[in-house]
Each structure stands twice: as structure tokens, then as C-alpha cells.
Design a binder for this molecule. Structure first.
Ligand SMILES: NC(=O)c1ccc[n+]([C@@H]2O[C@H](COP(=O)([O-])OP(=O)(O)OC[C@H]3O[C@@H](n4cnc5c(N)ncnc54)[C@H](OP(=O)(O)O)[C@@H]3O)[C@@H](O)[C@H]2O)c1
Length: 281
């Protein structure tokens, strides 16, 4: 297995779980990693020749493509998310490898929610637009691909996920936290998502698959649940509407029943995960 973005939050967990059963090569960009049990390579996915040389050299059976820029991580979305994905997909296609591509619920416009795999993307944000274009690039490459659309990723091992850390930092700075009460997602625990991806990697299932946590939640409910979990006082956290001057998809909840039917890996919601955290921590 070759994992792009092994230095990232999701990619790191895919590498950690996959190394039990696979020979794993994982890549990093700017953050050098040397976790054991994995062959580490640095690659910039924008560099088509470097990507092709890595994939041709390692000849993986399956490529798990997690590398991407997320909202708040600069402006190079088009080059990294679209061209980078096209580079990975065509290199995988060239050696007949299977591709598991990680996409997002943000490809939808959030007008309706409870999206199924056959619903048509209509992204509203710059990030969502590039992730939708990345999906199209995967299809266009002709690679044998599974496109996994997932939601807000959270977790606390080996570090607290970005989706929670920014809130913890704000509260620690004494700021009043205002969380959107009208934006709905299906947050997913990174360790269950990574386990699902590893389970799927060995199959020949192709097409789209929605993998969200079982509990649809607003950003406010998600945030306050994580803050309470980390023993923060949530009495000053304010529930507010998302900004009216920004076009955002409001209800990006996904129907993940197909994934639940197919997978042995459970995909619990936030409440269940946090309630069991003492066994997991
Ligand atoms: N986080 C979420 O809530 C969320 C929700 C839905 C979907 N997703 C999708 O899930 C995937 C993983 O997200 P994540 O939260 O794990 O992201 P992350 O922690 O920010 O990791 C991103 C990874 O991409 C790598 N990367 C960035 N630019 C690169 C480049 N030019 N060349 C090579 N590698 C590059 C980073 O490498 P370095 O750090 O070493 O530079 C890092 O390994 C992404 O495809 C994302 O779109 C995430």
C-alpha cells in the first residue's frame, strides 16, 4: 500500500493500522516522519514526474490518496487538490494499481442533507470546488477507484485533531467561542475512518462511498461535546448562525448506510465514541 499524506492526521492513522497487514510506503510533504514499520518518502504531489517515479518504483497494489490542502491551509488548492490528485490517479492507473481517493461532504451544496452516493456534487466553497474537481480527475484518469467522501475528522491520539485543537486554543486564550448552530455534518472519529479505509483497501469495490459518523450534529453540538470531553467549561460558548457574507453549505450530512452495510468496521457517532473513550485513551 502506498499512502499519500502519511504525515497527515488521517494518513498517519491509515499507515498505523495498515502496517499490520500490508507493506506500507507513506509520503510526507513538509513534515518529515519516521514512524517505524513504514517506508517513508517525501513527495510533492504537484510534481507529476516525482509522483510517477515514486509509484512506478514502489509498485503498490493500492494507493490511498489522503494528501490535500484543507480549508485554512493556504491558497494552493487547485494545484495540490486537483492537479496533485490527477498526478496520483494517472500514476496509479499506469501501473494498474487500485486507488482509494479521500474526498469530502463539502462537494455538496448543503441545501438538502442526507446525501447518498448518487447525488450530484455542487460545491460552494473554494475547497469544495477543488475536491469535486479532484473526484472528476480520478474518474477521468480511468484508474480503478473507490472515492470515499467523509466528514469532519476528529480524534485525540496521537495528538488532538485540528477540528478540536483550534477550539481548545481559543478557550485557553480566554476568547469567547462562537460556534455555528446551523451547519450540520456527520463527524467521524479518525480511528474508525482509517480502519474502514484499510478494510476497503483490500477489496475490489469501486465507485463512491459515503463514510460519516452515525450522529449528524451541528458545529455547535460537535464543538461543545469535544470541549466537555477535554474538561473545558462550555458555559460561555455561544451558538451562532454561520456567517451570512460567506456562501457555505449548511447541511452536508451524508447517508452512510451503504458503508454500514458493507463494512465490518463500526462507524459510531460522536456520543458513542466519546462515551467509550476511557477504554480507548
Ligand atoms: N480534516 C477533515 O475534517 C476532513 C474532512 C473531510 C475530508 N477530508 C479529507 O481527508 C484527507 C485527509 O485530511 P487530514 O485532515 O488528514 O489532512 P492533514 O492532516 O492536513 O494532512 C494533509 C496531508 O497532505 C500532505 N500534503 C499537503 N500538501 C501536499 C503536497 N503539495 N504534496 C504532498 N503532500 C501534501 C501533508 O503533508 P505535510 O504536512 O508533510 O506537508 C499531509 O500529510 C484530505 O483529502 C481531506 O480533504 C478531511
Amino acid at each position: 500500500m502506498l499512502i499519500t499524506g502519511g504525515s497527515g492526521y488521517l494518513g498517519g492513522w491509515v499507515a498505523r493500522l495498515a502496517r499490520e497487514d500490508w507493506d506500507v510506503t507513506a509520503t510526507y510533504g513538509s513534515r518529515r516522519v519516521a514512524e517505524p514499520g513504514v517506508i517513508w518518502r517525501d513527495v510533492d504531489v504537484r510534481d507529476a514526474a516525482a509522483v510517477a517515479s515514486l509509484i512506478t518504483g514502489r509498485r503498490p497494489e493500492v494507493v490511498v490518496h489522503t494528501a490535500a490542502l484543507n480549508p485554512g491551509q493556504g491558497n494552493d488548492f487547485e494545484a495540490v487538490n486537483v492537479q496533485g490528485t490527477a498526478n496520483v490517479a494517472s500514476a496509479a492507473a499506469a501501473i494498474g494499481a487500485r486507488l482509494v481517493h479521500i474526498s469530502t461532504d463539502m462537494v455538496f451544496d448543503g441545501q438538502r442533507g442526507n446525501y447518498v452516493e448518487s447525488d450530484t456534487p455542487n460545491p460552494l466553497t473554494p475547497y469544495g470546488v477543488t475536491k469535486a474537481k479532484a473526484e472528476a480527475a480520478v474518474i477521468e484518469s480511468g484508474v480503478d477507484a473507490l472515492i470515499v467522501r467523509t466528514s469532519l475528522i476528529y480524534g485525540w491520539r496521537p495528538t488532538v485533531a485540528r477540528s478540536a485543537q483550534w477550539m481548545f486554543d481559543a478557550v485557553n486564550r480566554g476568547e469567547t467561542l462562537r460556534l455555528w448552530a446551523d451547519e450540520m455534518r456527520c463527524p467521524i472519529w479518525v480511528e474508525s475512518l482509517a480502519a474502514a479505509i484499510v478494510e476497503l483497501a483490500g477489496w475490489d469495490y469501486a465507485g463512491y462511498l459515503h463514510i460519516g459518523g452515525a450522529e449528524p450534529m451541528s458545529r455547535y453540538d460537535f464543538g461543545t461535546a469535544l470541549l466537555r470531553f477535554a474538561d473545558f467549561d462550555t458555559s460561555t460558548v455561544e451558538a451562532v448562525p454561520s456567517p451570512s457574507d460567506e456562501l457555505r453549505p449548511l447541511d452536508c450530512t451524508m447517508d452512510s448506510s451503504l458503508a454500514r452495510e458493507l463494512l465490518a468496521t463500526p462507524l459510531p457517532g460522536v456520543g458513542k465514541v466519546l462515551a467509550r473513550s476511557d477504554e480507548i485513551r
